[in-house]
Design a protein around this ligand. Sequence first.
Ligand code: BEZ
Length: 224
Amino acid sequence: MPGILLGEVFPNFDADTTIGRISFHDFLGDAWGVLFSHPRDYTPVCTTELGRAAKLAPEFKKRKVRMIALSIDSVPDHLGWSKDINSYNCDEATETLPFPIIADPKRELAVQLGMLDPDEKDKDGMPVTARCVFIIGPDKKMKLSLLYPATTGRNFDEILRVVDSLQLTATHNVATPVDWKVGDRVMVPPTIPEEDAGKLFPCGVFTKELPSGKKYLRYTAQPK
Ligand code: BEZ
């Protein structure tokens, strides 16, 4: 199945959306982007996910990340469904969400971007879209991709957390450890030799002693 690999330029597709026709790269401009796909409109898990995405939209905006969703239904369906999503969020039941939804009724983008879930079929026996997350950098290259089956909803707080890590590691030669969040210590990557680490991280490097005697578990403060 076709797909896009980390580091590849994300395709510059044209598509109909709830805010009109877009050309994807123009839509992104020089911002980061997050594209998240959904199996179908008017489905329960998707409604909770888009509701959470709408609530977190100000956080994505703060990080200069443009959000866009995709589902294999039409623009009129997306607009009607948006009312339900706003209502689920206890907001006014309008057709407006803080991000557009791409209409992909012929599943052309779903095929091009490797989004179909072969295990989940619609009533006509056609595969629906899986829950993909693509994070695209300002250079239009794919920085992260997640693929969940239709039956498992995503965690949008985790998506924000990885945006923080991606943006930090794009500008500083550090790596973020398990469960890292903004403000926590970061790790000195193994590619930095011991003799350079002190100069590169003047606020100090803590190296944890390990049974192997190897000095690879190195922490430093998060760069500003
Ligand atoms: C849902 O969004 O609830 C859903 C969609 C397709 C398969 C299973 C669940």
